[in-house]
Design a protein around this ligand. Structure first.
Ligand code: NDP
Length: 335
């Protein structure tokens, strides 16, 4: 079994030496478990948190343990009722070629319904995040202005397209002209702002009426530029702050920069709410999947993936994710 282990905890941005690649025996399923050969591994920003020791909503990966992650692939052996060799499933565990997991967490998927890797993106955790965060916190209404950061990424692309389906004006924020072009031309957002340029001027031009919903994926200077532009009763969906994940001061530090003036929360009656998909999302996965498959079938939902080839390239691909090198949902095609 080819595995990528956490060798040491990164200081700041992860480097290849923080990981270790090893060959071990293929595990045997125990009673109630299924052995899966992974075809795709999902790489997601939250994994940076699991590499750190700091207290969070989930336990860190132990040093020397396989890196945490979700995978999709084929059942090769089963000691669980309802699963047989040849079944295609999402819910495999870890940066590795094979995993043994309890059947309870597995979703059997029909490869004719959607490409397998989509179960890690638009139909998986990131898509569910977008759907549940908008449904419960963003609550966009027709005619409102929605701003989405990291707009071309796994979560952002789905957020913006759902907001368009709901009849909103949608402004993306992304890094560089290629991503911005994709966001407007392929995803159908009304405009896209390049966060490497003058954020204030671009926001003034794209949403002179102000902002009703801000979907926060990045934090930092982007948040500082968006926040003063909220309209009364605006909602800020706190999904993530990726620009702070490599901070040596820790994810809860302002990094020396002044935070936004929260007085506006009172004056404008704003709502700021954070959420974690595992609390809110997974219990409603069935409802989400049905709705998402409907949008995919009628052409209202498109998506883009960035596929890294081979498990040995997972560390470098993950390092790039935290620098904005990915273009679309990042997955690894497991060799
Ligand atoms: P993406 O596919 O969007 O990839 C990350 C993107 O973030 C990069 O491509 C880059 O886009 C942007 N980025 C990276 N570094 C910076 C930076 N320093 N400043 C500004 N932008 C940066 O990732 P996901 O869609 O998977 O995740 C997006 C966010 O959602 C993350 O914060 C993640 O932690 C969060 N999340 C939260 C969940 C929850 O339950 N709360 C669940 C899933 C995700 P660009 O080049 O356009 O800047």
């Amino acid at each position: 079994n080819l595995q990528v282990l956490l060798r040491r905890r990164p200081k700041g941005a992860p480097v290849p030496e923080d990981f270790e690649i090893v060959e071990t025996a293929v595990p045997e399923p125990r009673e109630g478990e299924v052995l899966i050969r992974h075809q795709y591994l999902s790489l997601d920003p939250y994994m940076r948190g699991r590499m750190a020791e700091a207290k969070s909503y989930a336990k860190p990966v132990e040093l020397g343990a396989v890196m945490e992650g979700r995978a999709a692939g084929e059942v090769v052996a089963s000691k669980a009722p309802g699963f047989a060799p040849g079944d295609i499933v999402a819910g495999g565990y870890g940066w590795q070629r094979y995993s043994c997991v309890k059947a309870a967490g597995l979703i059997k998927v029909d490869p004719k319904e959607a490409p397998l890797s989509a179960n890690l993106g638009v139909l998986g955790m990131p898509g569910l995040t977008a759907w549940v965060g908008l449904e419960d916190i963003g609550m966009p209404k027709s005619g409102e202005t929605v701003v989405v950061s990291a707009a071309s990424g796994a979560v952002g692309q789905v957020v913006g397209q759902i907001a368009k389906i709901k009849g909103c004006k949608v402004i993306g924020i992304a890094g560089g002209p290629k991503k911005c072009q994709y966001v407007t031309e392929e995803l159908g957002f009304d405009a896209c702002i390049d966060h490497r340029g003058d954020l204030d001027a671009q926001l003034d031009a794209a949403c002179p009426e102000g902002i009703d919903v801000y979907w926060e994926n990045v934090g930092g200077p982007v948040q500082a530029a968006v926040f003063p532009r909220f309209r009364d009763f605006g909602r800020m969906v706190m999904c993530g702050v990726i620009s702070q994940y490599n901070s040596v001061e820790g994810a809860d530090s302002f990094g020396g920069a002044p935070g936004p003036n929260l007085g506006a929360v009172v004056r404008k009656r704003l709502r700021i709410e954070g959420f974690i998909v595992s609390d809110k999302g997974w219990p409603r996965y069935g409802q989400f999947r049905k709705e998402m498959l409907g949008w995919m079938a009628d052409g209202r939902m498109t998506w883009r993936e960035d596929v890294a080839e081979g498990l040995r390239n997972a560390p470098q691909a993950f390092i790039g994710l935290l620098e904005g090198k990915n273009f679309g949902k990042l997955v690894v095609k497991v060799d």
